[in-house]
Design a protein around this ligand. Sequence first.
Ligand SMILES: [Fe+2]
Ligand SMILES: [Fe+2]
Length: 411
Amino acid sequence: MPHPATEGSAGEPVREKIVWVRMEELALGMFVHPLSSASFLIARKEQIQTLAESGAKGVFVDLVKSAPASLPDWARGMAGMRPKPSSETTAPGLQRNSRAAAFDRARQLLNRSRAPVERLLRQARLGKTLEKRQVVDLVEDIATSVEQCASAIVSLSRIKTVDNFTYLHSLAVCALMVNFARLAGFGQADVRELGMAGLLHDVGKTAVGSAILTKPGSLTPEEMAVMRTHTTAGHEILSRGGHFPATVLDVALHHHEKIDGTGYPDKLAGDSISVPARMAAIADVYDAVTSNRPYKEASLPSESLADMFTWQGHFDQDLLHTFIRSVGIYPVGSLVRLASDRLGLVLEQDAIDLTKPVVRVFYSIAQRAPLTITDLSLARDGNDSVLSREDPRKWGFHDWDRRWPEMIRLD
Ligand SMILES: [Fe+2]
Ligand SMILES: [Fe+2]
């Protein structure tokens, strides 16, 4: 499978306006982006000192709002370049009705996909040969759902319980891979192949005992060694019968390799890891860290993205940037605080500026009271902006994962 150029539709390089800057490179004049929890212009040396003392390894910096002279050489060329709207992304300004309908369809698709995915995993556990035709329709349905409204299936499949984790993780990585691949410029057939690879990437976990898979707390070195065999086991399961494309086998085998060569099972480094495997590594970790697991609370999606940037040597940085454009900085379903001292739910990404999503405003912080719901396109309405991402629990929304999909459906 060729690696498409990461370019916009008119052939111009697509750049982010926000970059991750390591603590050592921070300088006066840089504008710290709210994705780093706070938003301010670095005007005094003590502010850098305070950031360093917080233990952070770096912060997100808004290139456009920073003084050009403050930026490191590598970032200067990116400043001032706006990403082009991609025809591949979901059309902005979805009508409320069509958004609610897209969420309903995505919910139904996730529900009816449970049985076929679990049947497939059962067959793998019993040592039966899996066939490509068993998953083609499912991948097609997920690809269609992503094409209609990517944020619906991507955000709904993030909501997991211990009970449905395995099948939803497979579907989520499938949807994330389809969305990622479309934005990275792959053609239709390749997009589906990458989606299939996402769906089946962890099929080898059927060879790992459930005591290890669901163990609360961390694994012993011996248990970890067993867990790691899911890569070679998955490759073996999918090789039987010769039904699956090479990309699907490769992703099952190599989705835990890391760019610096410290991954497994083959300790591949850099370009010797295929692009599909590098993409799957990102989609897999993103879904794992944004979902609840038996042994940990999920992180906020935007926090997970920030964390993933700090894992030096783990991911392909160019692909990570493309991935972020596919899920957004404030993914749909995030709770955000606005400069107007109101809380809102992220409804949609803006195709041009990831810092300016469409937000459903519903709560006044000053009055500590609900507001009449209004939708606000921050890209179109220049009077308000996202100040920070918020932990719903901090505001008493302990059932946020149930609440926001309902709020999205409101008219
Ligand atoms: Fe895995
Ligand atoms: Fe996985």
